[in-house]
Design a protein around this ligand. Structure first.
Ligand code: NAD
Length: 477
């Protein structure tokens, strides 16, 4: 078999031990890998590179397009950015795929029938990392959800389900509250879902969906979610399936894919040869499927299942009948000794015929008729209540705008606010126009606000798209 070029990072903490063990198994199974090693993480951070990754590493990733990565340590404080988020976003790795299946009775779990795959959107949502302190009291993080982002991840989830013989795709959002952002994710789920009629589909509000996932994970199959919910719930799912130490993940993009364990660098147990290499090894299996070495992937995965079934375990996997434990290297030896074997009680995997997943493209943008119909002016104000602020604002409205409402933390406080409502120094003041207005007219409103001495923080244009409002109502409006 010809060797496939891949980039490998040994990482920090337990990274080098588990990468060494995993690569030993993959090689023994006959994987054809032409490895370029890069240095990322702690040592790079401490050389003064706040991103933790240098130009040669980017060059390698852009040339091999396949990244097998051990966990790295993000130094606390000091303005160091998370390398994972940087790599995912820079390389456009939009889909984070985490299979979470129980291995009962060999790995203790309360959910022996669990077999869930979480497909998490990986680039958007609150992870845009756009935050501002706006007033003395108020801080903001922008939640960005895009149409192409939703389309790609939702289509990927359905394609994954189809390619892997999965029966159902569930979508978790909070669109009862975030009607525009999570609402878009849900709408795209419904629209794209219609193209996959053979796959059952359902939507859950994330809070009750999360509760059911933690309590009755057997009812779920593939779950697709925006970034933050997916980040949290994929760890929950991995933990209740058995252990985060067993969790593998693929980060898929149009150009590059990255494969890593879901756990971190576990510095407390580094260098002791006791870490469980399973999460990284199973990520390696996902990588082999991705690069088309499916027979090797199947050989490794089935040998690993046979190893687990034989009761071979590292110290992190405990249970009532936990016998002796093996070292990291000892676990790799045990898997190598079982290459060619299939599990007899756990379900063997079968990757024959598995083809690398097609990365979905997005539909071309259909331009909507966009009209500006007003402006939200955000103001820092601590010199009184909503009535006093309204009295300051009304004279600046001019002849095209009228002050329609004022909200504080999203709830309407003018007109007709209640004295019980707690208010901060951060007010959203909505000016509606008497029709379509121009940017120059918006700028005129801002200039009048400045001339009146108001401390405005920011503005948001209020637009309609094909007549539909592109802004939410105030709570209580
Ligand atoms: P962690 O996942 O490293 O450890 C959590 C707990 O799980 C610890 O008790 C650890 O000993 C145990 N554990 C984790 N992996 C194990 C394994 N393979 N075998 C046995 N036990 C294992 O999480 P943390 O302590 O919050 O983070 C440590 C460092 O890892 C931090 O610097 C964090 O930023 C980083 N981190 C990196 C990644 C990544 O590179 N993908 C992911 C998460 C955290």
């Amino acid at each position: 078999m010809s060797a496939t070029p891949i980039t490998v990072a040994y990482g920090d903490g337990i990274g080098p031990e588990i990468m060494e063990a995993s690569l030993r198994v993959l090689r023994a199974a006959g994987a054809g890998l032409d490895i370029e090693t890069i240095e990322i993480g702690e040592r790079v951070y401490h050389r003064g590179n706040s991103a933790g990754i240098g130009p040669e590493a980017w060059d390698s990733l852009r040339s091999t397009r396949v990244f097998y990565k051990a966990p790295i340590t993000t130094p606390q404080g000091g303005g160091f950015k998370s390398l994972n988020v940087t790599v995912r976003k820079t390389l456009g790795l939009f889909a984070n795929v985490r299979p979470c299946a129980a291995l009962s009775p060999f790995v203790p779990t309360r959910h022996p029938g669990m077999d869930v795959v979480i497909v998490r959107e990986n680039e958007e949502d609150l992870y845009a990392g756009i935050e501002h302190r706006q007033t003395q009291d108020v801080y903001q993080c922008l939640k960005l959800i895009t149409r192409p982002g939703c389309e790609r991840i939702v289509r990927y989830a359905f394609e994954y389900a189809r390619a892997n013989g999965r029966r159902k795709v569930s979508c978790f959002t909070k669109d009862n509250i975030m009607k525009l952002t999570d609402g878009l994710f849900h709408k795209v789920f419904d629209a794209i879902g219609a193209e996959y009629p053979e796959i059952e589909q359902e939507h859950w509000i994330v809070d009750i969906g999360a509760a059911r996932l933690a309590d009755t994970p057997e009812i779920f199959d593939v779950i697709v979610m925006p970034n933050l919910y997916g980040d949290i719930l994929s760890d929950v799912a991995a933990e209740i399936a058995g252990s985060v130490g067993l969790g593998a993940s693929a980060n898929i993009g149009e150009h590059v894919a990255m494969f890593e364990a879901i756990h971190g660098s576990a510095p407390m147990i580094a260098g002791q040869n006791i870490a469980n290499p399973s999460g990284l090894l199973l990520s390696g299996v996902m990588m082999l499927v991705h690069i088309g070495q499916t027979a090797v992937a199947e050989r490794v995965h089935n040998a690993w299942l046979a190893t687990i079934e034989d009761g071979v375990r590292t110290a992190d996997i405990t249970g009532p009948d936990a016998g002796d434990t093996v070292t990291t290297a000892g676990f790799a030896d045990a898997v190598i000794a079982r290459l060619g074997r299939r599990p007899t009680r756990l379900k063997p995997v079968n990757y024959a015929g598995a083809t690398p997943m097609r990365v979905p493209t997005v539909a071309p943008r259909v331009a909507a008729d966009k009209r500006i119909v007003g402006m939200d002016l955000f103001v820092e104000w601590a010199d009184g209540g909503a009535e006093e602020l309204a009295a300051r604002l009304q004279p600046i409205a001019g002849h095209r705008f009228a002050l329609q409402m004022i909200t504080n933390r999203g709830v309407k406080v003018w007109p007709g606010g209640l004295p019980e409502t707690f208010t901060t120094d951060h007010w959203r003041c909505r000016f509606m126009a008497d029709g379509t207005v121009t940017h120059a007219e918006l700028a005129g409103l801002v200039q009048r606000a400045a001339a009146s001495g108001l401390d405005f923080i920011k503005t948001e244009n209020l637009c309609t798209f094909d007549g539909a409002p592109g802004y939410s109502l105030g709570q209580g409006q």
